[in-house]
Design a protein around this ligand. Structure first.
Ligand code: Z5A
Length: 212
């Protein structure tokens, strides 16, 4: 299908507050890239299917208590346990769309009051995304979308703090997209950003590591 054995896939991450539209947009992007015959998979963190993921899931649904440091390290471990598979997939040419990643890890834990550098440390050495799309939505508007369930963190005041930490993490791989635009407009912008990124990676952009 015109893609070379040596060309790698792209690591594309979607970030944003709860209700910003990550789930909706990542599945639409998946369908689009599949239609373009690009080998692609959709991943999400937390990955609730692993043992670590089940501990996280139980914590998020208030079925268990863990202190802030412990849950932070579990979220990180949940990415580490997928790291080698992630690298294998990318090197074999599969593009990965990832719904939340280390930026969520750092923004949410920092918003609870943990030191940001402490929060970044266990993420160091994970694969760095080639593109981070930040679905930018004012916390009030996200809350107004409804569907804020009973999960921990789904509170306006807390989401405001998370938004502030996301801004601090903003780097050169980030592209902000206004998450209040019509769904189709966001979808179109995402397609353009993703296709550019996939092309750059196919041309041989090296894989790199996060925050080292
Ligand atoms: N967390 C953490 O602390 N540390 C970590 O390392 C990681 C995560 C990875 C669970 O995440 C929690 O874990 C999360 C962060 C923390 N807590 N919070 N908050 P999760 O990914 O499992 O759950 P989530 O972030 O809460 O996902 P979500 O609720 O599914 O939100 P979403 O995916 O961004 O939104 P959506 O479902 O695609 O859309 C929300 C609604 O808005 C829906 O009805 C859409 O139809 C509607 N929508 C979407 N786009 C639009 C537009 N453009 N206009 C109007 N309406 C729209």
């Amino acid at each position: 299908n015109g893609h070379h054995a040596s060309s790698r896939g792209a690591l594309i991450v979607l970030e944003g507050l709860d209700r910003s539209g990550k789930t909706l947009q990542s599945s639409r992007l998946l369908s689009y890239l599949e239609g373009e015959r690009i080998p692609v998979e959709l991943w999400r963190f937390p990955d609730r299917s692993t043992c670590v993921g089940q501990m996280i899931s139980s914590y998020l649904s208030n079925k268990s208590e863990l202190d802030d440091q412990t849950i932070h390290l579990l979220f990180s471990a949940n990415r580490w346990e997928k790291r080698s598979l992630m690298e294998t997939k990318l090197r074999s040419g599969t593009t990965l769309i990832v719904d939340r990643y280390s930026y969520s890890g750092v923004a949410f834990s920092s918003a609870k009051g943990l030191n940001i550098e402490w929060c970044k440390a266990p993420e160091m050495g994970l694969l760095a995304p080639d593109l981070v799309v930040y679905l930018d939505i004012p916390p009030e508007k996200a809350a107004a979308r409804g569907g804020y369930g009973g999960e921990r963190y789904e509170q306006l005041e807390f989401q405001r703090k998370v938004a502030q930490y996301y801004q601090i993490l903003h780097d050169a791989t980030w592209k902000s997209v206004d998450a209040c635009l019509p769904i189709e407009d966001i979808e179109k912008r995402l397609r353009e950003l993703a296709m550019d990124c996939v092309t750059t990676c196919h041309k041989g952009k090296p894989l790199s590591q996060l925050w080292l």
